[in-house]
Design a protein around this ligand. Structure first.
Ligand SMILES: [Zn+2]
Length: 72
């Protein structure tokens, strides 16, 4: 069962900041990569609805990050 996640989809994930399971929502964000401080715009990520913490980056967005040259 492979679906392509898109903006506005809800996923269930564990927020590491709230330390609990939340229904997070996929959205586009500018992601700053800690190692290079490079900002990759419009990356598909899921965000905790309660604290706004970026929980994870969608697998679909990984080529985008790789292209930016900072995800090796
Ligand atoms: Zn949270």
């Amino acid at each position: 069962m492979l679906t392509h996640p898109k903006v506005g989809d809800y996923v269930t994930n564990t927020c590491r900041r709230c330390n609990k399971l939340v229904r997070s929502r996929l959205t586009l964000r500018n992601v700053e990569l800690a190692r290079t401080r490079l900002v990759v715009p419009d990356v598909l990520v899921d965000v905790c609805p309660e604290c706004g913490h970026m929980i994870s980056i969608a697998p679909e967005a990984l080529p985008q990050l790789r292209e930016a040259g900072c995800w090796k």
